[in-house]
Design a protein around this ligand. Sequence first.
Ligand code: ZN
Ligand code: ZN
Length: 321
Amino acid sequence: MTKNGILCEVDDRRVCLDPKNADAAGINFVSHAHADHLPSKNGGTILASIETSEIANLRGFKMENHIESLDDFSLIDTGHILGAKGLLFDDIFYTGDICTRNRGFLQGAKIPKCKTLITECTFGLPEFVFPKMDEIQKQVNELISELYGKGIPVILMGYQLGKAQTITQLFGHWGPLYLHDSVKEMNNLHQKFGVQLKDGIGHSDAQKNGLLDKKPWIMVAPMMSSKSKFIQDMKSKYGAVTIGFSGWAQSTKFSFGRRTDYSIPMSDHCDFDELVDMVIQSGAEQVYTIHGFVEEFAEHLKKKLGIRAQPLLENSLDDFT
Ligand SMILES: [Zn+2]
Ligand SMILES: [Zn+2]
């Protein structure tokens, strides 16, 4: 563990896993394009999927010396967002961010066998067990139907990269569908990679042309505070109601999930039971935990499952993308 993140020395190669700054002398693996996993500077070789490279580019980080594959290293789908990968090398599996549940166009991760597992545990507390996807879909469809019946427009909110595309796919059958401009841009890139998403008019164009005056409608937007100007405008002008999608909505202790009128516990990460299943499936003899409830999850693995486990990073609750 270094200040720059996780460094593995394999034979004569330096392998950095989601480093803060790319190592000039090493192989830098970038698991996916969420901001907290992208390096701030180029350097050395960057190993990442083509999707991750293109999404990073859209977000203002152009990867130099980018490669998509390397001998003795396998990039494994992690089902977190488009292009998200884990890295399997030298009997070590690094998960990056991972989800084993199928959600819309995202297939849950299949876990490879390994001796050492380095896993995230964003939701590594037993209270985080999410409802099944079909229950979530049913609940949200009923809610939208009820609001539509009263002529109330609905704003569905989730992270601009990942959640917003899943929401568009799951609930885009409600019309007319509008997209926050930033979501539209990200959806377009997903469509380019073959993800089937219904088209929607961007919110600026819709507003300019008076389309939002014809209610009800549905809009997919990034997670925003209820105090943001955008949400306040949508509420005061159109009487819109917000539904937020976040794993944090499952907890009574954390406020992240309750910034919206309704909150739905849907996440792009494994829930607690899925994390435990993943560890068992990997057959790992040693587990290192990073991101989230690192101490608690490692303790659980040791006490309940008798697996050697320890945190690799200090507890960081700032990473919930
Ligand atoms: Zn992520
Ligand atoms: Zn993350």
